[in-house]
Design a protein around this ligand. Structure first.
Ligand code: UD1
Ligand code: CA
Length: 449
């Protein structure tokens, strides 16, 4: 049977009090809707309609053509939203999974299990539900005396009696396409909020069709994010899952409350992470690396047994056995091979550094290639910018660049060259050559004191 999905994400998210559409809002470092897309795909659903409206360009820019879009220009309710996709899907037969873009903890297993249950029970519609101690703000599952589902009632439309119902609607449904389309034609906005509620299809279908709930025990995974308070609660749940999984795999998180490890970070065994460290984006940390304290690594690969302390690394690759920091900054597609020493206040930008290079203090290495075992003295600078363009510096292997040397790019320094401290060099230097440029020293009586 063909399987489709509709994600409701057109809403403003008024309760979030932010400009960004709610479902694009970052949740522990990744847009909320991406969690749902990944989980749908993991449960074998690739034909996905995303309902967009408020700031739809944000989604189009973010998701490109990985999903189908259905536009809901006015947010007239969840039923109206699904109708926008139904118009495009009207000839498709099979089942559709409907879920909201603001329930990111619903995992792929829950989705797959709900579909299996739906098929086994031969339901027309399956509503994923759970019992919540505090069901406030959720739609309640209303049953008749026989225990059959006859309606979902929204908080604002509930009678005092119905408000006591603990079983809530998660907003995740599995439903037969054609029955869905039939019911959507018949819903009205005759309710307290004057919205077209998707949940009203239950009342319309219940007489003739088999509707049931797939009730799950873990209410946490059904939390819907409506404001920044719930966002923070969900972040805590995600953080706990990530951290516990890592610790069980032998990764030592010291004072883990102060550590942020994003959902797309991969860490190999034997790694130690010290406090106040942020690892984000699709970052990989190799075996037995030591990271932190006070370090930030984004979208980068770190090799095994590399040590990074009090430093920032963005969009770069750092190989095995390097020692970075304290206070180094490595960025913009820099690639460091192995066993380098990049120390205090050294900035490495778009540079390819071979192995065993020493740049221990106060240097700028931008748009550069640096050969093995080169020594970069304290205060050495690749002068890469002429005010208009960036130029490249190539430093050969075993070269010695003295303290406070300016290398005015473009230029190439040969292997085994030696540049004396204080030199400003604006031309190439051959292999095995010594260079010095230093103003003459004058000594005079001190007139200043
Ligand atoms: C909805 C359900 C409620 C359920 C809860 C679970 C309805 C009427 N109610 O309530 O039964 O318990 O989810 O979290 O369906 N959206 C649109 N277009 C619109 C309105 C909303 O795309 O016109 C999107 C929102 O962006 C959001 C989702 O639909 O992602 C749900 O809307 P929201 O307003 O958060 O519904 P709830 O009040 O939480
Ligand atoms: Ca919601």
């Amino acid at each position: 049977m063909n399987k489709y999905a509709i994600i409701l994400s057109a809403g403003k998210g008024t309760r979030m009090k932010t400009e960004l559409p709610k479902c694009a809002y970052p949740l522990y470092g990744k847009p909320m809707i991406n969690y749902i897309l990944e989980n749908l795909r993991a449960s074998g659903i690739n034909d996905i309609w995303t309902i967009v409206g408020h700031k739809k360009e944000v989604f189009e820019e973010m998701l490109k053509d990985t999903v189908n879009y259905a536009v809901q220009n006015e947010q007239l309710g969840t039923g109206h939203a699904v109708k926008m996709a139904a118009l495009a899907m009207k000839d498709l037969k099979g089942i559709t999974i409907i879920l909201a873009g603001d329930t990111p903890l619903i995992d792929s297993k829950t989705i797959s299990d709900a579909i299996d249950y739906h098929n086994k029970q031969k339901h027309t519609m399956t509503i994923v539900s759970t019992d919540m101690d505090n069901p406030f703000s959720y739609g309640r599952i209303v049953r008749n005396k026989a225990g059959n589902v006859i309606a979902i009632r929204e908080e604002k439309d509930c009678s005092e009696q119905e408000k006591l119902i603990k079983e809530i609607n998660s907003g995740l449904y599995v439903i037969d396409n054609q029955k869905l389309f039939w019911a959507l034609e018949r819903i009205t906005n005759n309710n307290v909020k004057n919205e077209y509620y998707l949940t009203d299809i239950v009342g319309l279908l219940q007489e003739k069709e088999k509707i049931g709930t797939y009730k799950i025990a873990d209410a946490d995974i059904l939390i819907g994010i409506n404001d920044l308070v719930t966002l923070s609660e969900v972040e805590q749940i995600i953080k706990n899952r990530i951290d516990l999984d890592l610790m069980q795999k032998g990764i030592n998180l010291i004072n883990r409350a102060s550590i942020f490890i994003g959902p797309d970070v991969k860490i190999e065994e034997g790694v130690t992470i010290y406090p106040n460290t942020i690892l984000s984006g699709p970052t990989i940390i190799g075996k037995e690396a030591i990271i932190g304290p006070n370090s930030e690594i984004h979208n980068s690969m770190i090799g095994s047994q590399t040590k990074i302390t009090h430093s920032v690394i963005y969009n770069s690759k750092v190989g095995n056995g390097n020692y970075i920091g304290p206070y180094a900054h490595i960025r913009d597609n820099s690639v460091l091979a192995s066993n380098n020493r990049i120390g205090n206040f050294v900035e490495v930008k778009s540079a390819a550094i071979k192995d065993n290079v020493m740049a221990c203090h106060l240097a700028y290495l931008g748009d550069a290639e640096i050969g093995s075992r080169a020594n970069i003295g304290c205060g050495a600078v690749t002068v890469n910018f002429d005010g208009k363009n960036k130029h490249k510096t190539v430093i050969g292997k075993d070269a010695f660049i003295g303290c406070n040397v300016n290398l005015i790019a473009p230029l190439t320094i040969g292997d085994n060259a030696f540049i004396a401290c204080g030199t400003t060099l604006g031309e190439n230097l051959d292999n095995n050559t010594f260079a010095i440029s230093r103003p003459e020293l004058k000594k005079k009586p001190n007139k200043f004191k």
